[in-house]
Write a protein that binds this ligand. Structure first.
Ligand code: RFL
Ligand code: PHB
Length: 389
């Protein structure tokens, strides 16, 4: 097999890249380790920045998002049950879209199949070869047959645990990491959300988040210690803890119901530099991880591939500047999102070392945010997403 761009991974990064390349007339093949049902059912992000929404429109995969997505102009910050609305629209002129990553992924896969973009699920033992040469190759096994895919470029869009980043020599790659001493216990339930907007709650007992997927499906999270086991959290225990952290005003509006998904996600900040080695480019979670507090992970994956697709399209028109600038351009935006996600996580969560003074500092900063237009504008500007260019 031969193609121009071999894409490893059919998450949001790999799929969106394939559609951007398709629109630019560049050929690609996507190799995905898992089966389609698995990829389509992975429950993760829920918030799309305007830039991500625009990219989905640009590739023409927006019809269902425009029909079913929920545009949000604001969210609430809760301090021990006391709520302040952050009016994103008034502060920045922009809003975000509530539309699940599962839906984005499904739409992109459906459209890839419709457009005959080669997408191979259950590609086993994917390995990268000759990545610094002009003729890189990807070997893998599919349907019990060993295959070789020759290409000009490889896009490593295979997430945090993928093979692409691991194929870059250790003396070339520099990594930066912070692992947080807690995770998010998430519950999905077919109950109406407690509010029409998201609530980010900083509480003495720990962080909580009220989110949603639709007007009939809620997504809630509570911060838990890394040592917690999901088996120890009955639905009842979860709802009780959530209600305590959301406070007396909101708790009565929380509709309880059986969880249809319950899991614990660890929190991490991570960046690998550079995002290019030879003719291998990393994009999305393969290159960086943010804690979910800022809702940036999926959106960074989308903007990485926007830069990459531009660069690759320019390459085939004879201009190398875009691919040469890719790593630096993507990292400049990534680090700003890393900073924001780290800051917002630090402000909202209870850390083991958060003593009485530390908690007072968090409350003082939240009170400052409540009263300062400038502070709110900075929060909102980052939350809705920094501009692509
Ligand atoms: P993905 O989605 O991990 O996709 C990578 C794909 O590569 C495949 N793969 C391989 N394929 C072939 N060969 C191999 N050796 C392979 N190894 C792996 C995998 O099977 C998979 O299909 O990475 P991508 O595309 O970079 O997308 C990143 C996003 O998924 C991620 O950043 C977000 O989900 C993060 N995130 C959020 N992001 C937001 O923008 N807004 C949010 O509100 C938000 N909330 C969240 C989140 C992540 C969470 N968790 C579970 C970590 C909430 C949570 C709880
Ligand atoms: C979600 O709905 O899953 C979600 C929303 C906002 C975040 C993180 C996750 O910051």
């Amino acid at each position: 097999m031969r193609t121009q761009v071999a894409i490893i991974g059919a998450g949001p990064a790999g799929l969106l890249l394939a559609h951007l390349l398709y629109k630019a007339g560049v050929e690609c093949v996507i190799l995905e380790r898992r089966d389609r049902a698995y990829v389509e059912s992975r429950i993760r992000a829920g918030i799309l920045e305007q830039v991500t929404v625009d990219l989905l429109r640009q590739v023409g995969v927006h019809e269902r998002m425009d029909r079913e997505g929920l545009p949000h102009d604001g969210f609430a910050l809760s301090t021990d049950g006391d709520n302040t609305r952050i009016d994103m629209k008034a502060l920045t002129g922009k809003s975000v879209m509530v539309y699940g990553q599962t839906e984005v992924t499904r739409d992109l896969i459906d459209a890839a199949i419709h457009r005959d973009i080669p997408l191979l699920f259950e590609a086993q033992d994917v390995a990268l070869h000759d990545i610094t040469s002009a003729r890189p190759r990807v070997t893998f096994r599919h349907d019990g047959v060993d295959r070789v895919l020759e290409c000009d470029f490889i896009a490593g869009c295979d997430g945090f645990h993928g093979v692409a980043r691991a194929s870059i020599p250790a003396d070339v790659l520099r990594t930066f990491e912070r692992v947080y001493p807690f995770g998010w216990l998430g519950v999905l339930a077919d109950v109406p959300p407690c509010d029409h907007e998201l609530i980010y709650a900083s509480h003495e007992r720990g962080f909580a988040l009220a989110s949603m997927r639709s007007n009939t499906r809620s997504r809630y999270y509570v911060q838990v210690a890394n040592t917690e086991k999901v088996e120890d959290w009955s639905d009842e225990r979860f709802w009780d803890e959530l209600c305590l952290r959301l406070g007396n005003e909101v708790a009565p509006r929380v509709t309880r119901g059986p969880s249809i998904e319950k899991s614990i996600a660890p929190l991490r900040s991570f960046v690998a530099e550079p995002m290019r080695h030879g003719n291998l480019f990393l994009a999305g979670d393969a290159a960086h991880i943010v804690p979910p507090t800022g809702a940036k992970g999926l959106n960074l994956a989308a903007t990485d591939v926007a830069y990459l697709a531009d660069g690759l399209a320019d390459h085939y028109r004879g201009n190398q500047a875009g691919i040469d600038a890719y790593s630096a351009r993507a990292l400049a935006r990534v680090w700003k999102a890393e900073r924001f996600s780290w800051w917002f996580t630090s402000l909202m969560h209870r850390f083991p070392e958060t003593d009485a003074f530390g908690r007072r500092m968090q409350i003082a900063e939240l009170n400052y945010l409540r009263g300062s237009h400038a502070a709110q504008q900075s929060l909102a500007e980052n939350y809705v997403g920094l501009p692509l260019h």
